[in-house]
Each structure stands twice: as C-alpha cells, then as structure tokens.
Design a protein around this ligand. Structure first.
Ligand SMILES: Cc1ncc(COP(=O)(O)O)c(C=O)c1O
Length: 412
C-alpha cells in the first residue's frame, strides 16, 4: 500500500530535484520524457483513498507505457481501455484480462474480433457499448457476455470543447433511449453496468457542472434497476492544475459531490481517472538551441516540438515551464517554440522564465498525460526516449527512436 502521508496533492515543477533533472538530460539527451512511477502510484492511491467504496480503474489512454501500467497495477488499480492495443498492452503489463473494461467507440472490426476472442477465455471482461450496432456486431461474433451501456447524459464538461464528450452525439446512447437499449441488452447479453464520461480537465470550480451529468447517470441507473446492475461508472475527467496559481482538485469535496450526485444506489460506483493519475508524474526536458530578439518578444528555440507534446497546439493548453539549468536568473518574457514549421509549434507565448541561454535545459511540466501518447514523427523526428524513476533509480522505459524506426515500415 502506498504511503500517502508525505504525498502532496499537487507536484509543481519546482518540487522536482532540478539537479537530477539536469543530470538526466545530460545522460539521456533531449528531448526526454521523465516519468516518476512513485508519483503515479501515489496519485492512484490518493484518488482511490478518496473513494473508499468505489472501484477506481485507470484510463490507459492517458499514458499506455508499460512502466506506467505496471505501476498502476502495483498500486492496486485495474485498467479501462479504449482500443484492442490498449487491452493487449495492459495484459502484457500483467493485468488480469477478467478485470479489464473495454470502452468501444465506433470500434473497428479488429477491435471487436480481439475483444470477443479475449472474452471467450476471460468472461470477466466488460465491454462498454455506445451504439446498438456494436451489440449486433458483438452478437455476430458469438459474444453474449458482460455489457455496460455508455449513456450520453446530454451535458458535457471540461477544459476544452474537444474533450467535453458528455453532450457529443458521437459518444453514448441518447439518454431517453437507454431503458429500451437496456432491455435489448438483457435479452442477449449480461447487463452489468451503466457508464458515462462527461469531459476532461474538471477542477474544483467545475464540479457542479460535472455532477449534473453524474446526477443523470444515477437517475437512469434507478430507472433501469440499479439493484440488478453491478456498477455505475461515472468515467474520468478529474483535472490537475496546469497553471502555477491554480489549486489542485479538492478530492474530499469531489468525492462528496460525486456521491451525492449519483445518489443512493445498490450498484457499486466506478471511476476511470486518466490524467489525474499520471499528469504531474511526468515532464519533458528540452534543450535551448536558439535565442532571438524579436521586436515584441525574445524567441527561445528548443529541441522539443509539437511532435513531442501536441497539447498546446491541439487544445491551446498551458504547460508550466522552468529553466532547470538556471532557475535563479532574472526572468524575461519569452516565446518558446520548437523546430516544426508551423506557428502552432509554440509551447508558451510571452511567458516569464529565468533568462534562458543556449544549452540550458528547460522542463515542460504536467506532461505525463496525453503527452507521449500523442507524440508523433512529424518532420521525420524520431520520438523521444522516456526515463522512468522508481525507488530512487532511473531506467530507460522507452528508448529514443532512431531514423530507422521512422522509416521502418516503408517498402522498396
Ligand atoms: C471513457 C473515458 N474514460 C476515461 C477517460 C479519462 O479521462 P481523464 O484523463 O480526463 O481522466 C476518458 C478520456 O477521454 C474517456 O473517454
């Protein structure tokens, strides 16, 4: 059991051991992902402790690296997967297939083939469906096992419209159709739960909206018969403070509000946090290669780019940054960008940062979730290495790609 006594609710960039980070950049080169597995375990344990009677699964999509999955399993977590590859990687990391939950969103045939095959030997697998087509396609594959229905609660929440899934027609069964779909599931499958995921990046001030969606899930569970359901799964979405002055999510309040919103239920409460478990356990180290005075700002060029971390370009996300080499220097307002030929390849505009010099190492914080997972090879850039920290030791969790990795699939 992870000891939470000394585990702060948030880890800011300047809480890291900067000398150690500089040494890691030196040894493993940049850009470099660093994942602190002890922090992953603490985050999982803190979240689970706030929901003592609930079942807390980790949403693998936030970071599906083997070392992270192993850390979550070691902390006692089970895993929610959104694709066949995530299922297989979870099993490879040691997950019991009978405890996995697969959330199928417009699932390709190969995903359903894989899930149906897996369930033939592991009837504990749960498949969450968001369309009746998925039921038909599962039945065609001889599947008659455990089904959870993803509800579209009609309310979306979160830090960006692209992650507010709760009201997006793409996700889940339209609310009023759920009882009819529940009857249909019961005819051919085992209905074990209801599910909803309203959105992502929810902090304490967003809880009221988030809980309105959860309230509807609780109501629907009572309508379809919560005494016959094993669980009611209210998804993930629990946020972390990206900005230096944002307070962390108040977990005690979150737990109380979620419980109140879902209401009295015979079924067990389930949650699927992704970001909360891994975000502040990870950062990127990147080296400064260019300093340019422009009329309105100082441009600081670094070797990480939107192919390393796409969130700022994709969602306009703010990530904290720190000059690891010289945090004591006077700050300047800098625009920090990478080597990719688009104006979107900028991590920060006019950001105060201890005056960088060429060769300095900068850290980009809260990169543990949706960081490496969304990394790509644009501009023929090999993906960075990832170093895992655990019990005071550092090891390569993923080696740096080479150009041969980038071209590996090309045919003559
Ligand atoms: C079904 C489902 N569960 C859990 C999550 C995890 O969300 P978060 O990382 O915000 O906790 C997501 C995110 O997209 C999701 O779609």
């Amino acid at each position: 059991m992870t000891d939470l006594a000394d585990s702060p609710a948030v880890r800011r960039l300047d809480d890291w051991d900067l000398e150690r980070l500089e040494a890691l950049a030196d040894e493993y080169e940049t850009p470099l992902y660093v994942m602190d597995l002890d922090r992953v375990k603490e985050n999982y344990a803190r979240f689970a402790a706030a929901f003592p009677d609930a079942h807390v699964m980790y949403a693998a999509k936030a970071h599906t690296g083997r070392a992270v999955l192993e850390a979550v399993l070691e902390a006692g977590g089970t895993i929610e997967c959104a694709a066949w590859g995530e299922l297989q990687r979870s099993i490879d990391a040691g997950a019991d297939p009978d405890e996995l939950q697969y959330t199928a969103v417009n699932p390709p045939d190969r995903d359903l083939d894989y899930a149906a095959d897996l369930a033939a030997d592991h009837p504990g697998l749960t498949i969450t469906i968001g369309a009746t087509d998925t039921l038909e396609r599962l039945a065609e594959r001889g599947y008659d096992g455990r089904i959870a229905i993803r509800i579209n609660p009609g309310i979306g929440t979160g830090h960006h419209e692209k992650v507010a899934t709760g009201a997006d027609a793409k996700f889940g069964i339209p609310y009023e159709r759920v009882p009819e779909v529940a009857d249909r599931v019961r005819e051919e499958f085992e209905l074990v739960g209801l599910h909803a995921h309203a959105g992502s990046g929810v902090l304490t001030d967003d809880l009221a909206d988030h809980c309105r969606a959860i309230e509807r899930v609780g109501e629907m569970a009572r309508r379809v018969g919560d005494d016959e359901l094993e669980f009611v799964d209210v998804g993930g979405g629990y946020g972390v403070p990206y900005r230096e002055d944002e307070p962390p999510l108040d977990l005690a309040k979150t737990s109380e509000m979620v419980r109140n919103a879902v209401g009295d239920l015979e079924a067990q409460l389930k949650l699927e946090p992704g970001r909360y478990v891994v975000a502040d356990a990870g950062l990127i180290l990147t080296e400064v290669n260019t300093i340019k005075e422009a009329p309105d700002t100082t441009v600081v060029g670094v070797d990480a780019s939107l192919s390393t971390l796409i969130r700022p370009a994709m969602f306009g996300s703010y990530h904290p940054m720190l000059n690891v080499t010289a945090p004591e220097r006077d700050p300047i307002e800098a625009t920090v960008g990478g080597p990719v030929c688009t104006s979107a390849d900028v991590f920060a505009h006019d950001r105060p940062i201890a005056e960088p010099e060429r060769g300095d190492v900068l850290a980009i914080g809260n990169a543990g979730s949706y960081g490496y997972e969304l990394a790509n090879q644009f501009h023929s850039q090999p993906k960075p290495a990832e170093v895992a920290l655990e019990d005071g030791e550092a090891r390569v969790a993923r080696r740096r790609e080479t150009l041969a990795d980038v071209t590996r699939l090309e045919q003559e």
